[in-house]
Design a protein around this ligand. Structure first.
Ligand code: COA
Length: 327
């Protein structure tokens, strides 16, 4: 036995993954013992591939995620809120940089990652393919999407890949400010005039389903969870994280007098868990395939930023000022 994994399991996995069984056993042993894997350590090809996929998607989500809120900087109600929103959008772009750095330690260059994003090969979070129609949408995004991200990121920051975990820890500290900022905005609207309450309720109605989707497909339909959880990249399943969101945030939403647009939502007295209606998973799969309401617009903006920034990167390269630090 290596930890809780039997030698037969390791031999079968090594065959399947086309890896050396001894190296794989040592690697699995380190993971079982809670040790971190660092960039120069031996790792299975599939661990590297899965991490690049996940961290890259996460980095793209941060950079694309700045767009729906960014459109409200010029229209934010008041100077203080404008400054706070600008700082938040800047933070999100900074998170992307941290995550691109972490993914680069695995051997994929930033140029390759950005290229895969703008040609539509790489995914990013479903939620950022919807429009922020009113100021209340930005409040709901900053509160509940950042809350969802924190649940995911705090959990996975205890995972196995050192550079990703360290990036997540730093990101979560900033995200908790965002969450407070979002909550403050939601409270202001929910305790404001009837028109403001209506605005925030409508925004919640619009964002509820995308937030349900945010945690990924149900466990039974998740393709990558099994291997990612075995290798402690994902420290909880999609359904467990979604349930944690319900436990923490449904009471807070109801406390504000807002209603949740799900007739099936109910705390199950026997299991202690929240029962809820299945969101429309067809919509989720369409959105992540590129057919959401804003996918094309989001990618077009990123492509434009890339093209318009090309001369800056060329100039920095020439002066040797453009270096990419390793995490
Ligand atoms: N948005 C877009 N795509 C998603 C998604 C979401 N919310 N949830 C799942 N998917 C995609 C997966 O990327 C995968 O597609 P792929 O094979 O083409 O990459 C497919 O749906 C099946 O999902 P699953 O097997 O459950 O993927 P997963 O094990 O990677 O879990 C996450 C999905 C989002 C939970 C996981 O990737 C994760 O924790 N990522 C890091 C955090 C992050 O990116 N947060 C978003 C921004 S804050």
């Amino acid at each position: 036995m290596y930890g809780s994994v039997s030698i037969i399991d390791i031999e079968n996995s090594a065959k399947m993954l086309e890896e050396d069984p001894i190296l794989l056993a040592r690697f699995e042993g380190k993971i079982q013992n809670g040790e971190k894997i660092e960039p120069h350590d031996w790792m299975p090809k599939d661990y590297r591939r899965q991490l690049i996929r996940m961290i890259e998607q996460h980095a793209h989500s941060e950079i694309i995620g700045a767009l729906p809120e960014g459109t409200w900087i010029t229209r934010a109600p008041g100077f203080r809120r404008k400054m706070a929103l600008m700082a938040k959008v800047q933070d999100e772009s900074g998170h992307a940089q941290l995550l691109y750095n972490a993914a680069e330690t695995l051997g994929k260059t930033r140029e390759e990652m950005i290229n895969d994003l703008i040609i539509g090969k790489s995914k990013y979070s479903n939620v950022f393919n919807y429009p922020a129609k009113t100021w209340a949408d930005t409040a709901v995004i900053a509160w509940l999407i950042d809350a969802s991200a924190i649940i995911n990121q705090v959990t996975n920051s205890k995972g196995s890949y050192g550079p990703y975990c360290r990036a997540l820890e730093r990101i979560c500290m900033e995200e908790s400010f965002h969450l407070r900022y979002g909550y403050d905005n939601v409270v202001t609207l929910a305790t404001g005039t009837p028109k403001q309450r209506e605005m925030v309720q409508e925004a919640l109605n619009r964002w509820w389903q995308p937030i349900m989707h945010f945690f990924g497909p149900p466990d039974k339909a998740s393709v990558h969870s099994e291997i990612l959880m075995r290798w402690k990249v994902k420290m909880a399943s999609n359904d467990d994280m979604r349930q944690q969101f319900f436990n923490q945030y449904v009471p807070k939403i109801l406390e504000l007098g807002l209603s949740i647009p799900d007739k099936g939502l109910m705390k199950n007295k026997e299991t202690g868990k929240w029962d809820f209606s299945d969101p429309d998973w067809n919509e989720f799969f369409e959105v992540i395939k590129g057919n959401g309401p804003c996918n094309k617009e989001r990618i077009a903006v990123r492509r434009m930023a890339e093209e318009q920034g090309a001369w800056v990167r060329r100039a920095l390269k020439k002066t040797n000022a453009y270096t990419v630090p390793l995490s």
